[in-house]
Design a protein around this ligand. Structure first.
Ligand code: GLU
Length: 472
């Protein structure tokens, strides 16, 4: 059975890159009927925070990435790590290094000055046992380094293909620091092995770590997993996506009322090309179609506009009832004490025009209260002078007589009024919309008038007639 894991460090909330890695792992597991685990890599005690663990788990739940088994915390596995360090020392595949930080820094500086790549000189690799014992007895501090064997290390990445690294390019890297704490590459292998991980799917920034980890697998005689490194997510400037690009954590998308399935759909397309024209996928479609061999190597550019479009498409495809449920969950006060049929009309009129539930909330404001002010820019353009008052007044008089408050009747009345005044309909539609909603965009004028009802429309237009034009 395939087993994968997502292994975030709780040093910040879950951001888009992490969510995409989690998604591809989750899709891979679901597609192959495998298992998906969540491992919290909290060995950095200074920077790891419980609040981030909570936030990450909450975001994972919101995205619907349920994980199998209990959460795994690296901080709870210190005994195992310590035992493994002792074991690898005993096997002669690692050694204690007593070199001081000062001397190593000096060697690094010299290498920099001479413009060569710094490598640890392996000073302590073959210390006589007597010397090692003596230094230990003296209480000298030490790190533990891996004895990188001769030869080369190669593997076939499921995305990047065959990769070979000469072991001479790999330093005898530290697996345990002087305070005894083990390092990332070491614990990653121990955990992946203990958890029976069959496929390691992670960001391509980990490509340099993989040969080191493979050496550790070999030295312990562990079964090696397959590796798949995911392409970077780039900002519009083609630099690695970061907060600088306004790329927020996943929670912000939730708070702004993006549907989790819409975010999944968008993230799924970041680096994965399902080889079809189709762009809107349900969660189930993604699970069915996902194929790691269709993930590309090239960095994927994060495109906020496209995300908005995908999000709007998902919203549009929901039933009005589903949208109402999402709205009341996210904004419990939305709609105040309005009747259910009224809310349904509003949703039907707006859902194809908005990209998120927050936008729906903001755009629907005029359905619940009279405009407090009129958009100044729109007013300047559409309700310039007193002659507009005359036109709007004429329209008010004509609709006051309408009993059957239908879109057809409202439209007919507007056209007749415009004809009578020798105007194009647009000259009247825009100021009427402004008077009714305070803004210059939204659903069709006659639709919103029908939904608002006769009393509200006439009342609002009369107020607008008193207040506009503003700057005369
Ligand atoms: N904790 C690592 C990170 O956040 C994950 C490493 C891995 O997936 O192997 O980048």
């Amino acid at each position: 059975m395939t087993k994968v894991r997502f292994a975030p460090s709780p040093t910040g909330e879950l951001h888009l890159g992490g969510a995409r890695t989690a998604l591809f792992n989750w899709l891979f597991a679901k597609h192959t009927n495998g298992e998906f685990f969540l491992r919290i890599e909290d060995t950095d005690k200074e920077r790891s925070k419980q609040k981030y663990v909570d936030q990450i788990c909450e975001s994972m739940r919101w995205l619907g990435f349920t994980w199998d088994g209990p959460l795994v915390f690296q901080s709870e596995r210190e005994k195992e790590y310590h035992g493994a360090v002792q074991q690898i020392l005993k096997d002669g595949n690692a050694y204690r290094c007593f070199c001081s930080k000062g001397s190593l820094d000096e060697a690094r500086k010299t290498a920099d000055r001479e413009k060569r790549i710094y490598r640890y000189a392996r000073t302590c690799r073959n210390l006589p046992t007597s010397e090692e014992t003596e230094r230990l007895n003296k209480g000298e501090s030490f790190t533990v380094r891996l004895k990188v064997p001769d030869g080369e290390t190669s593997y076939t990445d499921l995305i990047y293909g065959h990769i070979t690294v000469q072991n001479t390019e790999i330093d005898d890297f530290i697996i345990a620091r002087s305070d005894g704490s083990p390092t990332f590459n070491f614990v990653c292998v121990l955990d992946d092995n203990a958890m029976g991980i069959t496929h390691v799917i992670r960001g391509e920034d980990h490509i340099p770590n993989t040969p080191k980890q493979l050496i550790i697998y070999t030295l312990f005689g562990f079964q090696k997993p397959e590796f798949a490194h995911l392409p970077m997510i780039l900002g519009p400037d083609k630099k690695r996506l970061s907060k600088r690009h306004g790329a927020p954590g996943v929670q912000k998308f939730r708070d702004e009322g993006y549907l989790p399935d819409a975010l999944l759909n968008y993230l799924g397309l970041l680096g994965w090309n399902p080889d079809t024209e189709q762009e809107i996928f349900t969660r189930e479609d993604l699970v069915e179609l996902f194929d790691i061999s269709q993930v590309q190597k090239k960095g994927a550019v994060f495109d906020e506009k496209k995300l908005h479009w995908v999000s709007g498409q998902h919203l549009f495809r929901l039933s009005n009832e589903q949208v109402r449920d999402h709205m009341t969950e996210l904004f419990p006060d939305w709609g105040g004490d309005s009747e259910e049929p009224y809310l349904m009309e509003i949703i039907a009129s707006l859902k194809e025009r908005v990209k998120s539930l927050a936008e729906l909330k903001s755009l629907s404001r005029f359905y619940f209260s009279d405009p407090e002010e009129f958009d100044a820019k729109v007013a300047k353009k559409r309700w310039k002078n007193d002659s507009i008052n005359k036109w709007v007044n004429e329209y008010v008089s004509s609709i006051e007589g309408i009993h059957d408050w239908s879109e057809d009747k409202l439209e007919l009345a507007l056209r007749q009024t415009a004809d009578k005044l020798d105007l194009s309909s647009g000259k009247l539609i825009h100021p009427v919309r402004l008077g009714l909603t305070g803004i210059g965009f939204g659903p069709s004028l006659f639709e919103l008038m029908r939904i608002l009802g006769k009393k509200v429309c006439i009342h609002r237009l009369k107020i607008a007639l008193e207040k506009l034009p503003q700057n005369i």
